[in-house]
Design a binder for this molecule. Sequence first.
Ligand code: UT7
Length: 331
Amino acid sequence: MAKTTAAITAVGAYLPDFVLTNQLLETMVDTTDEWITTRTGIKERRILKEEGKGTSFLAIKAAEDLIEKRGLNVEEIDMVLMATATPDMPVAATAAYVASEIGAINAFSYDLQAACSSFLYGMSTAASYIASGRYQKILLIGADKMSSIIDYTDRTTCIIFGDGGGAVLFEANDEGLGLQDEYLRTDGGGRQFLKIDAGGSILPPSEETIRKKQHFVFQDGKSVFKFAVSNMADVSAKIMERNQLTHEDVNWLVPHQANKRIIDATANRMGLDESKVMMNIHRYGNTTSATLPLLLHDYEKQLKKGDNIIFAAFGGGFTWGSIYLKWAYNS
Ligand code: UT7
């Protein structure tokens, strides 16, 4: 009997309306459009401005987009998995609220956090549940309201991140399509370089942590850049080698969008022409958990059944890895 594989069978997305351009950032911090463009590749990002709306808002909108496009009966969803680094609240799983709001009354749900690798790891989790045969339909959502943890007076971080949400549906496939292989890594030594110091169990919130701005993202950009460049390229090359894929066999690279220079280095190492590299960093910046599904959404119409796709991500922790997936449908 053929092995059951787990395939992506639908995609949805949502981006808030407000556009934070490099020109607008020039009026907020000491920076220039030229610096941001040449150092990162980012031109603009989206920000969720409405008060009282959190990551669940982005997630629900992305899920609803998928449900409508696919004509999915939400009562058939077995599980809602939320990849996010910015849950609505520290306690009370955001996924549970999202599942209820979209009407997935037969699903169980939880959040998964691995910083910018959250969605990649979520793909591995969702696919494993499906391949086990225990569940048939899993909605994996990647959403982050990064603007809620960014200090808009810190030019080293505020130029990078944006808000957004994306969703994919995983289902069983009996043609051998879907997830083929994964290579996932972590290194806890990296957490000093990219973190939020306060608000967790080591340093609970206090007047002092607020005064010292310790609830915002801190990043030692140069160090993270060094690790990201070598590690994202390594795992992407490794998964190609392990599956005997040449650059000609790979149809698409779906890379995390933290910095265009990191993406270019990864594509170079894989020997891929830039026409095979999905890119949206210029429009959305780094949307953390939403990045990979937003790319799939933007490029969905160009994807063909059987396409060989390599996903790669790198994030805080450090967490990183690559996934090899065969696309399962024509749009
Ligand atoms: O998604 C999770 C993983 N994250 C990443 O992969 C991010 C990795 N890091 C990066 O993408 C880059 O390191 C950054 C985009 C964050 C920074 O770019 P960089 O080329 O590494 O710049 P740098 O930190 O080495 O700073 C170079 C100079 C510094 O000035 P001095 O010391 O040379 O005078 C900075 O103060 O650029 C200055 N600078 C800026 N100038 C204008 C830093 N941020 C800005 C800014 N505008 N926004």
